[in-house]
Design a protein around this ligand. Sequence first.
Ligand code: FDA
Length: 410
Amino acid sequence: MAKSGGGNRQKSKEYRLARKFDVVILGAGAAGMMCAIRAGARGRSVLVLDHAKGPGEKIRISGGGRCNFTNIHASPKNYLSSNPHFVKSALARYSAQDFIDLVNRHGIAFQEKTLGQLFCDDSAKDIIRMLLSEMQAAGAKLELQSGVASVEKSADGFRVVTSGGETIEARSVVVATGGKSIPKMGATGLAYDIARQFGLKLIETRPGLVPLTLDPNLLEKLAPLSGIAVPAEIRHGKTAFREALLFTHRGLSGPAILQISSYWREGDEISIVSEPDRRIADDLKAARKANGKQLVQTALAEILPKRLAQFFAEKHPAATKLADCSDKIFDAVAASIQDWRIRPAGSEGYRTAEVTLGGIDTSELESKTMQAKSVPGLYFIGECVDVTGWLGGYNFQWAWSSGHVCGEAL
Ligand code: FDA
């Protein structure tokens, strides 16, 4: 009896003792897992906490389930940040090639789809499995369905209290809880709250890589175009992206629009150049020579999807038979197709945004380690930092690079 009572006392004493780790990483997304791998491999005791049911949920759904895990052309010019130089060190120290080598070591088949974008042949889950097996090999511990109630500084590090009420002590805390995009998938503003709590500056956040919406009048006019995709160049100021444009029942989407959305601000105009590799005015002149009896709309339908051709032709009542049109009319028709100015009403917001622009001000962090300059032992990595990549694998590359250099420093 006495023995068993002593055992219980022992147990309750053990229960009260906080678990201790060298590093607690908040968030088992791309950045958090990469950081855990590196820190674990360097002999640190690592605990990764995530409130979701599974790790890497965004990896799982990314790239249409095939994860565009990096871009072979990734370089600082593919990133938006208040300090464009900040990404240089991490990208140089852990490059797209480093991640490709890791993927190759795990025998995961992949291919380049377009513009240097690498996708898994089979499934994004291959990337998650790879990261989990690397974490296991590195001895990093993962605890899911475990949220974070608080993070406080302690005498020799930090005290993290989980949503289950457990207190965990750590020498270092890495915040890798991502941005605000897709709250349905568990995105929270935790990283920003922790940054604020420790007095770090934030750059205002906004949705990025997101479809743009149109005012009801324009939307009604464009309704017949819903579902049409065309090659386009979308311009905003000096920035331009040449990829597909998609008309939707809410407004404009497709890779070209998602790319420009990260640069666009409320009230700004964008210019749409459909079929940017062609000179439509010249095409119409050539068609007039070949067959003057043809209607402008019919000639346009040889260049553009039929409904789009009709839409643009109807904007120019004077453009009927090709033979009856002056060069000036062709220029006007071509301009409406190849310099179409639109002022989007807004964006679809965090509900569908792939990323969050803004976040922890990079001036608060050391670019070689991701450590907060004013709070030794506190690190921020991945999407929560004011670094946002273009569409095309650049955002995962930032997660891998920032996670890796942080893990190296722990
Ligand atoms: P990420 O969001 O991946 O991870 C954060 C983790 O923290 C999550 O596991 C979350 O559950 C956890 N968390 C959040 N709050 C918490 C809290 N309070 N307590 C505990 N845990 C918490 N990029 C790319 O390069 N190629 C692509 O193909 C795509 N495709 C794509 C598709 C879609 C639909 C989206 C939404 C996004 C993409 N992206 C992408 C962007 C990419 O997913 C994104 O940049 C990275 O996932 C960011 O990695 P992080 O690890 O920083 O955050």
